[in-house]
Design a protein around this ligand. Structure first.
Ligand SMILES: O=C(O)[C@@H](O)C(=O)CO
Ligand SMILES: [Mg+2]
Length: 265
């Protein structure tokens, strides 16, 4: 089986955020990821990681005004200063948490702006961020996200993400391949895994059941078979469990839903 990381933004909703580290460790996770750590001091998060014996494997750079609907800044013309400040903040957290990977969200394509302009902005920002990350010993990841969950999101397809990584040729820039989004947008997951994993351009995998983003033990994907394929392909990285537990915030609900990870599904 691959190594699984618990996504603490989605798993363990029955616990306060800071208590999710210990809960994940009790369930046998060795790594965790989350979306945005910025409302918590980095040293508090580092202490929770240390107490639980966990590795931080991924988190996201600041996405702009999330509450107002923003989903990243990287493709947005005129937001460069804010983008760069966000990367600096993310790199400081990455240092404190010893986290090697930062996901940089593209943003929603604004109406009335030519796609070519957004693309140029996106690529210039990513190149800058990747160079900063390389200097700090970190990597920047870009993730194609499905437009059903995030209408208007700028980056939707695996081939677009890989084309950007090839074009920019920044060693610290990689793709975050979320199989949930990939199945919704394009399918043919086994072919995509065989195409992209051996090339070294994928820096992180994530999973969830499709179509409802619950445990990967129901729905249209055969995850046990995909896990074997991922192992056969020699994947040494993490697989983030980024799903909403079917039992919601019921006490013990996340743990009860982890039978799939223990081969009990
Ligand atoms: O797939 C997702 O939704 C996440 O990986 C993310 O970073 C943006 O919400
Ligand atoms: Mg994801």
């Amino acid at each position: 089986m691959p190594k699984f990381a618990a996504n603490l933004s989605m798993l363990y909703p029955e616990h306060e955020f800071l208590d999710r580290f210990a809960a994940a460790a009790r369930d046998g996770f060795k790594g965790v990821e989350f979306l945005f750590p910025y409302e918590h001091p980095a040293d508090e998060l580092a202490a929770r990681l240390g107490d639980a014996g966990l590795e931080q494997v991924l988190f996201n750079a600041p996405p702009g005004d999330w509450a107002a609907g923003e989903r990243g800044l990287a493709c947005l013309p005129g937001r460069g200063a804010e983008f760069r400040a966000g990367i600096a903040q993310a790199l400081a957290y990455a240092e404190a948490l010893a986290c090697p990977r930062i996901h940089v969200m593209a943003g929603l394509a604004p109406a009335g702006v030519e796609r070519a302009r957004l693309q140029a902005t996106y690529e210039a920002n990513l190149a800058w961020a990747a160079e900063q990350a390389a200097a700090a010993g970190r990597r920047i990841l870009i993730e194609p996200i499905n437009p059903r969950d995030m209408p208007g999101y700028f980056l939707n397809r695996q081939d677009e993400a890989h084309r950007i990584v090839n074009t920019l040729a920044e060693p610290a820039l990689q793709v975050q391949m979320d199989l949930y989004h990939c199945q919704i947008v394009e399918g043919d997951l086994a072919t995509k895994l065989r195409r992209y994993l051996p090339g070294g351009q994928v820096g992180h995998l994530q999973i969830a059941g499709v179509p409802d983003r619950h445990e990967p033990d129901q729905g249209e994907l055969n995850y046990p078979w995909l896990f074997e394929l991922i192992d056969q392909l020699g994947w040494q990285g993490w697989v983030g469990c980024e799903y909403r537990p079917r039992r919601g915030a019921v006490a013990g609900g996340t743990t009860a839903g982890l039978g799939w990870m223990r081969g009990q599904a």
